[in-house]
Design a protein around this ligand. Structure first.
Ligand code: CA2
Length: 150
């Protein structure tokens, strides 16, 4: 299928998400990060766009990839992990680029500890998807693709 989306969509994962599928399956599910990334790439292929996936435990790497997506990409789906709740640098990076960015969380952050209820990046993002497990990644890509094709 051709989507008219000519530049790739970036899927970014932050700290500790490399452990997906290895610990805390009750909260984060059984899929590994490699499974989730493969599903995102396959979803892009089906819908006519390329997907570039990155994960890092370092805030600056995420900032760099947001900048890169601003130049070379169409949009970003980001699970910033715990940096969601702390990072003004990610908020500024998202504000600083001219591509739509969807905030993702596997768990429902609003139903967990109070320190997870606030997202530093939410106000800079197009929208937030949380609480749907790892399905949230393809839900986020669907939302971005629809938004970009409008
Ligand atoms: O629900 C989400 O996706 C989170 O972004 C995950 C972050 C957490 O700090 C956010 O509040 C919500 C934590 C990611 C940790 O990932 C792990 C995965 C497997 C085992 C251990 C940690």
């Amino acid at each position: 299928m051709t989507s008219g989306i000519t530049k790739p969509i970036y899927v970014l994962n932050g700290p500790n998400l490399n452990l997906l599928g290895q610990r805390e399956p009750g909260i984060y599910g059984a899929q590994t990060l490699a499974d989730v990334e493969a599903e995102c790439i396959a979803f892009g292929k089906e819908h006519g766009f390329d997907v570039i996936c990155h994960q890092s435990n370092h805030e600056g790497d995420l900032v760099g990839w947001i900048h890169e997506a601003g130049e070379k990409g169409s949009g970003v789906a980001i699970n910033a992990g715990a940096y969601t709740h702390t990072s003004i640098a990610l908020y500024d990076a998202i504000k600083g680029v001219d591509v739509p960015i969807v905030e993702l969380h596997i768990s429902n952050i609003h139903a967990r500890e109070s320190f997870r209820h606030h997202s530093m990046i939410a106000a800079a993002c197009l929208g937030q998807i949380c609480g749907f497990g790892t399905d949230g990644y393809t839900l986020g890509l669907r939302a971005l693709a629809k938004y970009l094709s409008r």
